[in-house]
Design a protein around this ligand. Structure first.
Ligand code: UD1
Length: 421
């Protein structure tokens, strides 16, 4: 079993480059199913979730070739040979985002059979919005043997309202709508930059989409789409995590290849906490001077504070002066890291959807278990701030969504190593 050993006490120094965004890459790769032809993606992060989706695409008959570039990967996909419309339990079980093949398969094939993703460590995470949206577009749905089976000769445009903005829900229905007959309006749609990145790719393919980045997205169905070339946008969650790593370990780091505009809420909150941030076009210089101040955080859909940075923020608030309250409004069970942080000496009380954190003088290393992707990053950050070794297991979560996080931190001077025992 692989584990990370993090020894706190070394401050971070130097520069680090942010990888392509996992949550942009996944829907964009799924969008290759919409039409046959050769697609090229650059700045593709080498992550377990990306290889899982590539495996799923290959299982559907698509050709894919992932080759490492100088600092990122180039992925070529030829979707001409699509021969199946079923996403198996085996693959969907490994990654919930596999549900993203449902919309494009319906658009191209008029049928899809996709295993229902189960619950996950951070909550029940239903997909009812995806399914209701497809039904409104005229698809007939059946749930059988744990699979959703959808059929429609051709989808029709529809007016679809999301009770709460859903990222993959918006993406799936946007992909379903691009070749539907007539106009689709998505109300209370997700405004995340990754949704906009997918929309921009679909537009390059010939789709007619308006309102990207707003809560009303309208799509006029077209008959044909073309394959295209795309560069994956930088991962704002990785960038936020590295900013918080400096907050945890201390030091001065230049974060490169980032879109600061995607991180407005995070930058603003970190500044209030006392972290020094110099923001340039595509770089952020992060400096930590002195102890951080406690702050309150509430996770919200974009442009609010992202739930995917909640756990990491909690790690640094454990050492801030005073009381912080972190309220999680997106997922009902996203405090699994609290028990692990307590093992390092953190003082945290959970009341409903809020965690109340009393800053302590110091954390002390211990053995901990990563329970989900962002919880694993939270534990790495806590380890950077703790005295003595923190031994983290459950690394499969970290590797799902962070490209070489341990190597990038080690290059900045962190005392971190991966051992296989
Ligand atoms: C995406 C991101 C994930 C991030 C999350 C919230 C990807 C691959 N994953 O997940 O990293 O944490 O957005 O920013 O992009 N909901 C329903 N019914 C549905 C769909 C969602 O009730 O059919 C609820 C969810 O339970 C949750 C909220 O809507 O409370 C938002 O979830 P959603 O945006 O759909 O999350 P994902 O797209 O799964």
């Amino acid at each position: 079993m692989e584990r990370l050993i993090v020894k706190g006490g070394s401050s971070l120094k130097g520069r680090t480059r942010i990888s392509g965004a996992k949550n942009a890459a996944l829907p964009m790769l799924a969008a290759t199913l919409l039409t046959g032809g050769e697609f090229t993606f650059t700045n593709v992060p080498m992550l377990h979730d990306v290889t899982t989706l590539v495996m799923l695409l290959k299982d559907l008959g698509v050709d894919a070739d992932l080759s490492p570039g100088s600092s990122s990967c180039v992925l070529r996909i030829d979707s001409s040979s699509l021969s199946k419309y079923e996403a198996s339990y085996e693959l969907v079980r490994q990654m919930r985002a596999s549900i993203l093949v449902l919309g494009p398969l319906m658009a191209r094939e008029g049928q899809a059979r996709v295993s229902l993703p189960g619950g996950c460590a951070i909550g029940a995470r239903p997909i009812d919005f995806h399914l209701k949206g497809l039904e409104l577009m005229g698809a007939k749905l059946k749930l059988e043997e744990g699979y959703v089976e959808a059929k429609a000769a051709r989808l029709n445009g529809a007016h679809i309202y999301f009770d709460v903005p859903s990222v993959t829900g918006t993406e799936n229905l946007m992909m379903a709508a691009v070749t539907a007959r007539g106009k689709t309006t998505l109300e209370n749609a997700a405004r995340e930059p990754e949704v906009t990145a997918l929309g921009n790719m679909l537009r390059k393919m010939g789709a007619k989409i308006k309102g990207l980045g707003t809560e009303t997205i309208s799509i006029e169905g077209v008959r044909y789409l073309n394959p295209t070339e795309c560069d994956i946008i930088p991962d704002r969650i990785e960038a936020g995590t590295f900013m918080m790593a400096v907050a945890a370990a201390g030091g001065k780091v230049l974060i490169e290849d980032v879109i600061p505009g995607h991180l407005d809420a995070v930058i603003s909150k970190l500044r209030v906490a006392g972290l020094h941030l110099d923001v340039d076009n595509d770089r952020i210089l992060v400096k930590k001077r002195g102890k951080l101040k406690s702050i309150d955080i509430k996770t919200l859909p974009y442009p609010g504070f992202p739930t995917d940075l909640q756990a990491q923020m909690m790690a640094i608030m454990c050492l801030a002066s005073g009381l912080s309250v972190i309220t999680e409004t997106i997922f009902e069970n996203r405090f699994m890291h609290v028990a692990e942080l307590r093992r390092l000496g953190a003082e945290i009380k959970v009341e409903g959807r809020s965690a109340i954190i009393r800053g302590v003088k110091g954390l002390k290393g211990a053995q901990v278990m990563a329970t989900d992707l962002r919880a694993s990053a939270c534990l790495v950050l806590a380890g950077l701030a703790a005295k003595g070794p923190t031994i983290i297991s459950g690394l499969q979560h970290l590797d799902r969504g962070y490209e070489a996080m341990d190597k990038k931190l080690a290059a900045l001077g962190a005392n971190i190593s991966r051992v296989n025992e």
